[in-house]
Design a protein. Structure first.
Length: 64
């Protein structure tokens, strides 16, 4: 199973506390698989799920 990653800039812009959001398509993954991925591979606490146009994305907020 492969994950599609789409980097995006936050609405906050590129200030001192700018963050980059990484959106990962997890539509075809079970909740347990998403949880395992976050636990084993994600190094931030800024994690959320987003639903857009029939797809589900894991959104990671990464500080620069």
């Amino acid at each position: 199973m492969s994950l599609c990653v789409e980097p995006t800039e936050s609405e906050e812009g590129r200030g001192e506390n700018a963050t980059t959001r990484r959106r990962i398509d997890v539509t075809d993954m079970h909740a347990a698989g998403v949880q395992e991925y976050v636990r084993d591979s994600v190094t931030t606490d800024h994690v959320s799920l987003e639903h857009r146009a029939g797809r589900t994305y894991l959104v990671l907020g990464l500080e620069e």
